[in-house]
Design a protein around this ligand. Structure first.
Ligand code: BJW
Length: 278
């Protein structure tokens, strides 16, 4: 066996083992970051050269202080990103997560997807039990308003920068900037569910930004199994039980294929697909 065959066999064995755990788990949590959308053409933040923070200053563009200094500049950046995201489509990784969730729910398992992404691609892929920890770029809220005042802002590009609401209040993107608290209800649901997860996957995140990066540790403290999917090592790698090295648009469909071979709900959900399975 050459080393490439050996490593692809090792990967297959890991995927099988994770699939076994996925079928036995009562509660599954998947936590995604920017890398999950990379294969949809949306740049990550911290990747050298291609990451947004290699080209833009996060203090000017992703902080409350930057926004109040120059709301038009910040909105221009978000409007450009909205235009790029509007052209993007969910990739095979997003679709595999949505299909896995459907199987898990059909089998009576609890399944939660907690994403740091603001691009809306998980819901476009069909994910239902979804928490958007850092908000959603397709929504806006008054600068001095609560999270609950967020409303959809579908026009793209925006006709006026910065946008105002019907009462003349300056709107801000419905996202979470550095130094801002996450929506308390959203964060506590994510933390509590992670704490009871038998299996937690972290996909496409550098695991540097808190509190999202704390989710796998909540699972680890209660004895949950943690799996990382990422082409590179991250701060989570030393703590994860499994680290699968590669793009999520390839590895998540491979994992789903292994789950579909074992999952009791797969037969009912897709009998035609299973007939061809080895
Ligand atoms: C692939 C792939 C492929 C590539 N397949 N994978 C000092 C000062 C101020 C604050 C702090 C401080 N120290 C700590 C803090 C707290 C701070 C924090 O964690 N900072 C760290 C950076 C040090 N956190 C906060 O401020 C949070 N709030 C908070 O803690 O409130 C309490 C508080 C209140 C007051 C004061 C202090 C604390 C809020 C964090 C909000 C983050 N916001 C952003 C912008 C969102 C809006 C927007 O998009 O414009 O969220 S920043 C950015 O980072 C974005 C992301 O969601 C987030 C995480 O990034 P992610 O998803 O991990 O992406 P990358 O690029 O880092 O990694 C991509 C990965 O994908 C890489 O590993 C690749 O290898 C991989 N990859 N291709 C799979 N095909």
């Amino acid at each position: 066996m050459d080393s490439r065959t050996e490593s692809s066999e090792a990967l297959r064995q890991q995927l099988r083992e994770i699939a076994r755990l996925a079928c036995r788990a009562r509660c599954i949590v998947v936590s995604t970051g920017a890398g999950t959308s990379a294969e949809s053409g949306i740049p990550t933040f911290r990747d050298a050269q291609t990451g947004l923070w290699a080209r833009y200053d996060p203090v000017m563009l992703a902080s409350y202080e930057g926004f109040v200094t120059d709301p038009e500049n910040v909105w221009r950046w978000y409007d450009e990103r909205r235009q790029a995201m509007a052209l993007a489509s969910p990739n095979p990784g997003h679709l595999a997560l949505a299909r896995w969730e459907a199987l898990a729910l059909a089998g009576g398992q609890e399944f939660l997807l907690a994403t740091q992404n603001i691009d809306g691609l998980h819901s476009r892929a069909g994910s239902m039990h979804l928490l958007e920890l850092h908000g959603n770029i397709w929504f806006a809220r008054p600068l001095k308003g609560a999270y609950s005042e967020a409303c959809e802002l579908p026009q793209c590009p925006l006709p006026q920068l910065p946008p105002y609401d019907g009462q003349g209040r300056l709107l801000r993107p419905h996202v979470v900037w550095f130094g801002e608290m996450l929506d308390n209800a959203v964060l506590s649901q994510a933390m509590v569910t992670a704490g009871r997860a038998d299996l937690l996957l972290v996909v496409g995140s550098s695991s540097q930004v808190y509190p999202a990066a704390a989710l796998p540790h909540a699972a680890l403290r209660k004895g949950g199994t943690v799996v990382e999917i990422n082409p590179s090592e991250t701060e989570l790698t030393p703590h994860a039980h499994f680290s699968l090295r590669g793009p999520s648009g390839e590895l998540l469909p491979q994992l789903l294929a292994e789950i579909e071979l074992l999952h009791p709900a797969a037969e009912a959900a897709a009998p035609a697909q299973r007939k061809g399975a080895p």
